[in-house]
Design a protein around this ligand. Structure first.
Ligand code: OTU
Length: 650
């Protein structure tokens, strides 16, 4: 399409809109629609242009956006406008996030309001409420198998409670993050029920096949996400007499985005939640959105087009709302979720930095930073107006998905190195880490690891041993990992009880609906009586919490920690140290030298070797985190095992 005819096309579509929509005052909506229409139309026609009903679908698409706008509250619109003006607002270092399960953190949504004090005490101002929508009991995948996208699970509350918490958050300057599970639905979702009953309209929402011929070809290219419990990517449905694509669990039916009805339904859901006061939407499993026979069915170009279209449409209706891409994929693929071929992010503004997360754990296991540094070097640079979620733990397992080339480059053999990591974190190597092996693949030997931050870092085993030195070491490691996600660039995302040193909880094994999914070991409920120990000097909880609180408040003061591609990784001769420089792009003299010692033993930082990066070897340094001036000896600074510094010269 020529850009010139975009205007007349837009007018022809506006002519066809339903009269109720036409009557509304849509001034801001139309300005934004005009600005985005060329892109929206191009994307929509690349995806669906060969259909006879293309024009009618296009009208429905615009109606869906317009309806979303009509229901947008004045307050949300005010925020939209102010965020449009200050469009880099989320790159600031002032944001610190936390992800939690409503019923693991509080009793329910209403009770979550009582926990706002905890967020404020710690300094958290972005809260990801893990999925709370209706799911069948026992077949929920922790909330990711949704049977109604507009209804809240009765056990945590209702829409009314949600509105209240969203208002409370807003009043307290806390951003609200919610999941949109757009790759699949529960097999008990109304669409799936209708499909099962034989309705061809809804059968076209999913990928269903009468025999194994097509599924067999698909299977050749597709890996398995849950090989132990849900091998294969298709499930036979007796009622329909057809095979259904089910990449995750057999009760999670993959949606078919070749069908524009699916796209429009999901867009309406996105806008519905945007209008409930959600600031950021976490788009689950985005890598899987487009299925192409013969491929792995991940990271397909059209998956990116779907996301770009979703972003463009949301931009018209609710421009203040951000997207997080949850794409746990190879490092080279990761940055594409900010927007392929773009300069400024135009898919998701935020993406999980799963590569950094896995690399950090490699540093813990090997006690050196060889792979960590190599991996950071090959991290693709991100676009403008885009940022990472930096995290150490989340509700899922840890996969060691680094690039094989990086592993080889630092002198390890990729397969055996990964096996070492699995042994290390499952405590087979030494008895430090208390992780559980997750989803071992019989054929490849590959596996992932579950466990809470504290248990993986050695706190559980240390407490059992009663050995004070081991306890100290585990606490140092917990803080070391957090010091990196706080200073690396991006929005740090803490998980549930991590600031309290929450250990593994093995009780899930007594619940048949959870027993075969060891991710539940780190989805435990916070015991608030125990959490009160954070105020008792000397307790483990207090040591971790106080340091985290301090780290957060100091991070917020350091402008060099905002995320503007202002990080330089420094080469260090000492393989145990991770060193990088963060600088304020507007005032380059304003810089922080971050050093983290991944070894258990003391190490020296030889300042002279960093002089080529502008570090003054004879400078006087202060550690911004502790406020202490580290003692220097002949141009060297000493670090204890597991210690980090945020050094500033003054
Ligand atoms: C996501 O997970 C969610 O975070 C998981 O909790 C869900 O089980 C899953 O989607 C299905 O909804 O899709 O792009 O344990 O790391 O499946 C990555 C495997 C995902 C998860 C992976 C991830």
């Amino acid at each position: 399409m020529y850009e010139q005819i975009s205007h007349s096309l837009l007018n022809s579509i506006l002519d066809e809109l339903r009269p109720e929509i036409k009557r509304q005052n849509l001034r801001h909506f139309y300005t934004r629609l005009g600005a985005n229409f060329y892109a929206i139309h191009s994307l929509f026609s690349t995806l669906y242009g060969d259909r006879d009903d293309f024009q009618a679908q296009m009208v429905r698409l615009v109606e869906t956006m317009a309806e979303g706008y009509i229901y947008r509250s004045e307050e949300s619109e005010r925020l939209d406008m102010s965020r449009e003006q200050d469009h880099n607002w989320f790159l600031s270092q002032k944001w610190v996030g936390m992800a939690l399960y409503t019923n693991g953190f509080a009793e329910n949504l209403a009770d979550l309001a009582n926990k706002i004090g905890y967020f404020q005490e710690l300094g958290v101002n972005m809260v990801h409420i893990m999925p709370i929508l209706k799911c069948p009991i026992g077949k929920s995948d922790g909330g990711y198998a949704i049977s109604n996208f507009r209804e809240i699970d009765g056990r945590v509350g209702d829409l009314n409670d949600f509105q209240k918490i969203s208002e409370q958050f807003r009043k307290n300057d806390i951003l609200l993050v919610l999941d949109i599970v757009l790759n699949h639905t529960s097999d008990e979702h109304e669409w799936a029920l209708k499909a099962k009953a034989g309705d061809p309209h809804y059968q076209n929402y999913y990928l269903t096949f009468e025999d194994r011929s097509v599924p067999d070809v698909f299977e050749q290219g597709m890996p398995e996400v849950f090989p132990e419990t849900d091998p294969g990517n298709f499930t036979w449905n007796e009622e329909m007499g057809r095979w259904v694509m089910t990449v995750f669990h057999d009760y999670q039916w993959d949606l078919d985005y070749r069908n524009p009805d699916v796209f429009i339904e999901i867009l309406a859901i996105v806008l519905f939640w945007a209008n409930q006061g959600v600031d950021v939407l976490r788009l689950d499993a985005v890598a899987f959105l487009w299925k192409k026979m013969g491929s792995t069915c991940q990271n397909e170009r059209k998956a990116h087009l779907i996301l770009q279209l979703l972003k463009d449409c949301c931009q018209v209706t609710a421009p203040g709302v951000l997207f997080i891409a949850e794409a746990i994929v190879a490092p080279g693929e990761l940055a594409k979720y900010f927007g392929e071929d773009a300069i400024v992010a135009k898919e998701c503004e935020i993406a999980y930095n799963a590569t950094l997360m896995a690399l950090l754990w490699d540093g813990i296991a090997t006690k050196n930073t060889k792979l960590l540094r190599e991996g950071i070097k090959s991290l693709p640079s991100k676009l403008d107006r885009a940022t990472w979620l930096t995290y150490v733990r989340c509700h899922d397992d840890i996969g060691f998905g680094f690039d094989d080339r990086d592993i080889s480059a630092v002198g390890y053999e990729p397969h055996s190195h990964r096996m070492f990591l699995i042994d290390y974190f499952s405590g087979k190597y030494d008895d430090t880490s208390r992780g559980l092996v997750f989803m071992r693949n019989e054929f490849t030997g590959d596996a992932r690891i579950c466990g809470s931050l504290a248990s993986l870092a050695g706190l559980e085993s240390a407490l059992e041993s009663g050995d004070q030195a081991r306890i100290d070491r585990a606490i140092s490691k917990i803080l070391l990992l957090n010091s990196v996600i706080m200073s690396f660039g991006g929005i740090p995302l803490l998980y549930n009880g991590d600031a309290l040193g929450l250990l593994n909880d093995y009780s899930y094994s007594g619940d048949p609906s959870k027993a075969n999914d060891s991710r539940w070991v780190h989805r435990s409920k916070i015991d608030w009586e125990k959490a009160a120990l954070r105020h008792q000097r000397g307790s483990v909880e207090c040591r971790i919490f106080t340091a985290m609180k301090r780290m957060i408040s100091i991070r917020k003061e350091i402008s060099a920690f905002a995320d503007f591609n202002n990080r330089e990784l420094l080469h260090s001769d000492n393989e145990h140290l991770l060193c990088y420089l963060r600088f304020n792009p507007l005032r380059t003299s304003d810089k922080v030298f971050v050093v983290a010692n991944f070894d258990d033993h003391p190490q020296r930082l030889e300042l002279e070797s960093y002089s080529r990066y502008g570090i003054n070897p004879r400078g006087n340094y202060v550690d911004l985190f502790s406020g202490v001036r580290p003692s220097q000896y002949e141009g060297c600074i000493a670090l204890q095992g597991g210690q980090f510094y945020w050094l500033s010269e003054n």
